[in-house]
Write a protein that binds this ligand. Structure first.
Ligand code: NAD
Length: 499
């Protein structure tokens, strides 16, 4: 019988009492690597209760001490970097290079969490009235929850719990049931770094477990990353239960290609950002908007895409790996079929993709459609595969309108040699993360990850300063002290006298 992966609940790693499990497979071979349990409702209660108790002590630990634990964690993650990347590559199918990037981008957030003392400083105003001062304290909230998707099993959990814990909170993580081995390794190293027990609880499961965490009376915040449909559900359920909620959701990211752009740069950026990581990135470019004569570059884009081939995680020549599941592959093939039926031109068709030695892998080859219109399903839906669709626009204004009319707003980019075009684009585009001659503009963790429209529900975004606001509450103190020599107050009253 296949082993069932551990959970961390109330004091340590152990097996869940849940009897239902889901197989975690190597998507290149279908080999079952481990089973993920669906934890019981009793275990959810136990995890939240343990996190709540741990909070009582942890909130009193000075931020400079919390940072020392975090520094240990950063060192351990770096030491185990390749080991984590290998676990990640095997359960997601990502190439080793990609898997290492996933781990590294997460470590960068841990490094940012080490800045927490200066990020949690309040404000002070002396003498707001005679003898009276006002100042603010930034305090942690309690038990925070994280629900994460399959596509970045190291980076996305690390967007959440290090910042929450550095702020003085405790945390319950429910990672994707499709690749739980990487998050387990992250939490194992977290405790190896010396953090007190129970600061982070790790539970596995699906919809029922997520709903129980959201509606639990003792959870304070919900951080979610995943698809739009689930994100909307989590946001509605969470806010209905008066929780603080942030939901990073799906995307359809456009790249505008102006005819004055550097063609070689455009082609290289388009190929990497559309099929890289098998198109399973929320910041992948899935729509290329060719302005004017730039559309004549499409044959060269097709040529470059056709040279990329998917393969196994440890195949150094593979451009990317398989889709996460057979179901995900089938969904993508359905879109490719729909694109052909809807009248788009299929320039490059990856539906019948075979990889030597891996006949059962969920591979889809690079796929390119041209003459796509905005009413087609391949334009409207997030395909989340190595499929690029090309639309044409007569000028920059038209290209901007296309993007602004799209309901998603995660990322976008423009390739141009014109500062004026770039400036107009950055100012007018209704998308939260903008690249100028950069295809995937994911901000480093001292900024925040700022998707807009249907790509984000909430107001404070992930990591950076916005994460500190999300995981803390401001308390404002107004204080008056009396003179020690007499019982007279230093100030006679609170009225500010303007003279
Ligand atoms: P998903 O929505 O299927 O799952 C995300 C999480 O929600 C998982 O932990 C899953 O167990 C849980 N879940 C699934 N169905 C649920 C339900 N009905 N009720 C409650 N919880 C449920 O997403 P996925 O397929 O794992 O990830 C891919 C999606 O994530 C894509 O849409 C991608 O664009 C998005 N994504 C967004 C960002 C971002 O920052 N905006 C980053 C990465 C991925």
């Amino acid at each position: 019988m296949t082993e069932v992966i551990d959970v961390y609940i109330n004091g340590g790693f152990r097996k869940s009492e849940g009897t239902e499990t889901i197989p975690v497979t190597n998507p290149a071979t279908q080999e079952v690597l481990i089973e993920a349990p669906f934890v019981t409702m009793g275990e959810i209660d136990e995890a939240v209760a343990a996190a709540k108790t741990a909070f009582l002590e942890w909130r009193l630990v000075p931020s400079s001490e919390r940072v020392r634990y975090m520094m240990n964690y950063q060192l351990l993650l770096k030491e185990h970097h390749d080991e984590i990347a290998e676990i990640l590559a095997k359960e997601t199918g990502k190439t080793f290079a990609d898997a290492k990037g996933d781990v590294w981008r997460g470590i960068e957030v841990v490094e940012q969490a080490c800045n927490i003392p200066s990020m949690m400083m309040g404000e002070t105003s002396e003498n707001v009235a005679r003898g009276i001062d006002t100042y603010s304290l930034i305090q942690p909230l309690g038990v925070c929850v994280g629900i994460t998707p399959f596509n970045f099993p190291a980076m996305i959990p690390l967007w959440m719990f290090p910042m929450a814990v550095a702020c003085g909170n405790t945390f319950v993580l429910k990672p994707s049931e499709q690749d739980p081995m990487t998050p387990n390794k992250l939490i194992e190293l977290f405790y190896e770094a010396g953090f007190p027990k129970d600061l982070v609880q790790l539970v596995h499961g699906g919809k029922e477990q997520v709903n129980a965490l959201i509606t639990h009376q003792d959870t304070r915040t919900i951080s979610f990353v995943g698809s739009v449909a689930v994100g909307q559900h989590v946001y509605r359920l969470g806010t209905d239960h008066l929780k603080r909620v942030q939901c990073m959701a799906g995307a359809k990211n456009h790249m505008i290609i102006m005819p004055d752009a550097d063609k070689a740069q455009v082609i290289s950026a388009l190929v990497g950002s559309s099929v890289g990581a098998a198109g399973q990135r929320c910041m992948a470019i899935s729509v290329a908007v060719f302005v004017g004569d730039a559309q004549y570059w499409i044959p060269e884009v097709r040529e470059a895409m056709s040279k990329v081939r998917p393969g196994a995680w440890d195949d150094e020549d593979a451009g990317y790996g398989p889709q996460i599941s057979a179901a995900a592959k089938q969904r993508i093939l359905g879109f490719i079929d729909a694109g052909k039926k809807e009248g788009a031109v299929c320039e490059l068709d990856g539906s019948d993709c075979r990889v030597d030695g891996l006949p059962d892998g969920n591979f889809v080859g690079p796929t390119l459609f041209s003459d796509v219109t905005t009413d087609m399903s391949i334009y409207k839906e997030e395909i989340f595969g190595p499929v690029l669709v090309a639309v044409n626009a007569d000028n920059l204004e038209e290209a901007i309108v296309i993007i602004n009319d799209n309901p998603y707003g995660n990322g976008t980019s423009i390739f141009t040699a014109s500062g004026g075009a770039a400036r107009k684009f950055q100012s007018e585009i209704e998308v939260g993360q903008v690249g100028i001659n950069i295809p995937i503009p994911v901000p480093l963790p001292f900024f925040s990850f700022t998707g807009w429209k249907n790509s984000f529900y909430g107001d404070q975004h992930a990591y950076g300063k916005q994460a500190v606001r999300f995981y803390t509450e401001t308390k404002t103190i107004t204080a008056r002290w009396f003179s020690t020599e007499s019982s007279e107050p230093v100030a006679s009253n609170m009225t500010i006298e303007l003279k």
